[in-house]
Design a binder for this molecule. Structure first.
Ligand code: GTP
Ligand code: MG
Length: 393
């Protein structure tokens, strides 16, 4: 292979853009890479290389999550651009499950919309600890009266963050225009730089569990002709090297890592937080799926029964209008997995929208579980609850 190896010179973090459909996440992502490419750190990734699936171009929306990489003066970032459309929240959850911080994109023209709120709630559940707000399309609300409306949108967003425990008063809210920055307008280029400065300073370097046994939730599976099956995702904890033995939980196979790359660059060792592709020896492509977990052999025992505290969303938050009782069977989104589960509330107890309850769940299949793990509960394409595992078994 003649590819240049990945050299670790700056701390690496995973961030991403989330928010309601059409608020400008993909445009802003492209603008960030352009602004940084002009400073000489990274390469410009145009809009149509981020939204590149034919159905994305046709519908003008993001469906799949897309990864790009860039560097600021102090950090190396992997950035996932997530879809805003309600139908693709599942893909958004997969992207958010690995983030150290998120950029919440809110159109200053529209303010908070349903998926703005849903994404903040889901981010909390999957363990995103820091959110920076990009009040986008600021170019379109530039004069007198509009400026007052933008102030109101900012207040609204800060309230939303506080309601989900994000400290809305202290969160940076930066007024930007992804579109104008992409067009090279100096004023708005500066706005994107200000946003990146806010991310650099507000999102702290997370604690990485380098000493723990290796674990990576599988986000995607691909085949490299002639080489084998590749799985991608962010390393949740530990480290992995070429030649290491690993097991794939879900596929129930043990194998060896024969190749390791990050953004197309080969690496010797991947560590917690890195966004990587692992080449697995002799594993058929259809044996592995998103939601499976690659881990050091014997380091985790999957199970299907757990107890959790779950917040049942109120109707106002887009949740159910009727209570939940024993026998309820929604989907559970755990790490990158999406598994059906039977809920037991104990006897005839019911959980009304707005309640926080303890429940026992029996999943349709075994998944690696541990106390403290966050998850989302979904039904018929919408989020109806958010919970944390309290005990397993
Ligand atoms: N005026 C103005 N329009 C913008 C700006 N950013 C994006 N737009 C427009 O808003 C529309 C949606 O932009 P996208 O970047 O595709 O939005 P998105 O949030 O990625 O959408 P999904 O991924 O489908 O949820 C496009 O027509 C953009 O040109 C901006 O800063 N100012
Ligand atoms: Mg998009």
């Amino acid at each position: 292979m003649s590819k240049t190896a990945y050299v670790r010179t700056k701390p690496h973090l995973n961030i991403g853009t989330m928010g309601h459909v059409d608020h400008g996440k993909t445009t802003l992502t492209a603008a960030i890479t352009k602004v940084l490419a002009e400073r000489g750190s990274g390469s410009f990734v145009p809009f149509d290389r981020i939204d590149r699936a034919p159905e994305e171009a046709a519908r003008g929306i993001t469906i799949n999550i897309a990864h790009v990489e860039y560097e600021t003066d102090t950090r190396h970032y992997a950035h996932v651009d997530m879809p805003g459309h309600a139908d693709y929240v599942k893909n958004m959850v997969t992207g958010a499950a690995q983030l150290d911080g998120a950029i919440l994109v809110v159109s200053a023209l529209d303010g908070i919309m349903p998926q703005t709120a849903e994404h903040v709630l889901l981010a909390r559940q999957v363990g995103v600890d820091h959110i920076v707000v990009a009040l986008n399309k600021a170019d379109a609300v530039d004069d007198g009266e509009d400026a007052v409306l933008t102030d109101l949108v900012e207040l609204e967003v800060r309230d939303l963050l506080s309601a989900h425990g994000y400290g809305g008063e202290s969160a940076p809210v930066v007024r930007v225009s992804g579109l104008k920055a992409l067009e090279g307008d100096p004023r708005w280029t500066a706005s994107v730089e200000a946003l990146l400065d806010a991310v650099d300073t507000y999102v702290p370097m997370p604690e990485r569990y380098l000493d723990a046994p290796f674990l990576l939730p599988v986000e995607n599976v691909l085949t490299i002709t002639g080489r084998g099956t590749v799985v991608t995702g962010a390393v949740e904890r530990g480290t992995v090297r070429v030649g290491d033995r690993v097991e794939v939980l879900g596929a129930e196979v043990e194998t060896v890592v024969t190749g390791l790359e990050t953004f197309g660059k080969p690496m010797e060792e991947a560590q917690a937080g890195d966004n990587v592709a692992l080449l697995l020896r002799g594993v058929p492509r259809d044996a592995v799926r998103r939601g499976h977990v690659v881990a050091a052999p014997g380091s985790v025992t999957p199970s299907r029964r757990f107890t959790a505290r779950v917040y049942v969303l109120s109707a106002r938050e887009g949740g159910r209008t009727t209570p939940v009782s024993t026998g309820y069977r929604p989907q559970f989104y755990i790490r990158t997995a999406d598994v059906v589960g039977d809920v037991d509330l104990g006897g005839t107890a019911v959980a009304r929208p707005g309640d926080t309850v303890t429940m026992t769940v029996e999943l349709g299949r075994d998944v690696p579980l541990e106390a403290g793990l966050g998850f989302a509960v979904r039904e018929g394409g919408r989020t109806v609850g958010a919970g944390t595992v309290t005990s397993v078994g």
